[in-house]
Structures are given as C-alpha cells and as structure tokens.
Design a protein. Structure first.
Length: 318
C-alpha cells in the first residue's frame, strides 16, 4: 500500500526543485541579456599599465602673463570690469584666479583614451566605465556660447574702410589675423584709441590668448578675427564652439610619447577630470568655497604630484 504522506512529500520536493531550477534559469537569462546590452568598448590607445610616462610638462599657450598684464594696464578699471562681465569674461576671471596647472593629470587622462572614431569626443577609460569629454561637457564647464551655426570658422565679413584702418592700427596685414605678440604690442600704445577700438582690442586679446591659444608669434584666422568690427556680432558669436574645436583639433592623433604642445584652452580638461571624478577633485583640485559658476571657476587646480597616475587609479576599482 502506497504511503500517501510520502507521495505528498515527494511531490512537494519535486515542485520546490522545479521552482528553484526555473528561478535559476531566469536569472541566467537576465544576466546574459544584461551582458548583451553592454556594448563592447573600443580598444585602448595604450595598453593598460604601459601608458607613456609624463616625462615633460605639456606645452600650451593659454596662460600668457605678458598678455594679461598688458591688457590690465591698457584698460581703465571700468573697461576691465565690463570685459570681465562680458560673454567672454570667464577667461579673464579664470586667469585672475591663478589656476594651478597639473600637466601630469591631463597627460595620464590622455594616455587612458580609447580609440574612438569621433574626432570631437574623447573617452578615457578609468575603471570599468569610460569618462566622456565632448562639446556638452565643454559648454557646461565654461558656460560659453556653443550654439551651432553654419560656416562657424569661415563667417562672411565685409572688408570696410573702418576695418582697413583698424588693422593698420594693430600693425597687422589685412589678410591675416593678429598674433598674440602683435596684440601685446598694440595694448601698449592704445591709450589714445577710441572706446570702441579699445574694446575691439580687448576682445582680440581673449581671441588670440584663449580661444585660438596658439604660439604667440602665430597668426590667428582673419576670417574670425574680423568679426570684432561688429561688436554685437562678436559678443554673441558661439566662441565656445570655436574654442572647443581648436582644442580637439589639436588633440586629434596627438603623439604623447615625448614632448608635445596642445593648442587651445587645455586647462578645461583638468577641471573636467575634477568634475568627472569628484573625490579626486575634492582631494587635489583645490575646490573653492561657495562653488562658483561656471565650474571652470570652481577649482584652484594643483601643481606637481609625481604620483598623479596612482591618484587617478585610486578613485575607481579597475
């Protein structure tokens, strides 16, 4: 005679086992689905652990003390304050803060880059997930106008008698844009210039010194410099987008295995690292009280630190 209790016990065990197996199967399916949802990352530009060392500081041109001093001495207090509160004043405010350049920090973030095909995006793999630097991050960090317009770098600008006269005052060939050196020289002799011309010269100081940010003796692009003849148009131009392109064009396919130079406002990359890795920013970025806006003004920066690579890697578990 069959023991009913034993049968019921057996059936209960069988049901429990079936439910456990079903649960395990569903878990495996979900795990596999999640794995399929995670895209495969592009390869690293440099093998992990074999990144090029930071033997020398990155050369750049957007921290010209001579330019800033000449600009400050050329303008009245009222004119200088007006410049600081303009749409491009963030560059002057940044310069006045005495930001501490950490070349090693930026170098190692460049060495952690992934080999992506988008020229105007940078992905650095620190830990399991990459950190992105794009126009969106640049705009958020600087607060600059980054709107899209057609013919961004080749705007139409009529050559007028006023332009010819102003370019002659600058001591610049009409077909060229001014160099930083030429702007410094002009700042030292602009005392008798009109208010409008002095304002144009001040804007060109920012254009050559921060937006283009090239070698001090290198001519800037006349197509963009000429916009200064229409002050309202110049003030409302998407200079953030121009500055971003200058920087990313310079970084594209950059060989960082030895000494190298980067054009443009490279300091924004350092602040990007501080904001992308908040604990690192809090510990070595010199965060300023009251969190000034935009974020480019919220850190004092840091110099030195030979262990910068280790400081970066300690922020995440690789």
């Amino acid at each position: 005679m069959i023991d009913l209790a034993c049968v019921l016990t057996f059936l209960c065990v069988l049901v429990r086992f079936s439910l456990f197996s079903l649960s395990l199967l569903l878990s495996l399916i979900i795990l596999q689905t999640k794995r399929m949802d995670i895209p495969e990352l592009p390869r690293r530009l440099y093998t992990l652990g074999e990144e090029p060392e930071a033997h020398n500081s990155i050369s750049y041109h957007t921290d010209n003390n001579k330019l800033h001093t000449a600009l400050r001495e050329a303008l009245t207090d009222e004119e200088f304050e007006e410049l600081k509160e303009s749409s491009l004043g963030v560059f002057i405010k940044f310069k006045e803060q005495g930001f501490g350049w950490a070349s090693r920090l930026v170098h190692y973030m460049l060495s952690f880059k992934l080999d992506i095909k988008k020229k105007y995006e940078m992905w650095s793999l620190v830990g399991p997930e990459p950190l992105r630097f794009s126009l969106l991050e640049f705009e958020n960090l600087t607060g600059l106008n980054c709107e899209y317009i057609e013919d961004l770098e080749t705007p139409k600008c009529e050559v007028t008698k006023e332009m010819v006269s102003f370019w002659a005052m600058l001591g610049v060939h009409l077909e060229a844009g001014p160099t930083t050196d030429q702007i410094i020289a002009a700042l030292k002799r602009c005392e008798d210039w009109s208010t409008e011309d002095r304002k144009r010269l001040a804007y060109l100081s920012i254009f050559t010194g921060f937006i283009e940010g090239r070698k001090f003796s290198t001519a800037t692009r006349s197509s963009l410099a000429r916009l200064v003849m229409d002050l309202e148009r110049f003030e409302n131009y998407p200079w953030g987008r121009v500055a971003f392109k200058v920087l990313m064009d310079s970084l594209w396919n950059k060989d960082i295995t030895g000494c190298y130079t980067v054009d443009g406002f490279i300091q924004v990359l350092q602040v990007w690292v501080y904001t992308a890795m908040p604990e690192l920013g809090a510990s070595i970025g010199g965060p300023r009280g009251n969190s000034p806006s935009p974020p480019i003004l919220a850190y004092g920066g840091s110099r030195g630190r030979r262990s910068m690579k280790e400081a970066i890697l300690r922020q995440v578990s690789t």
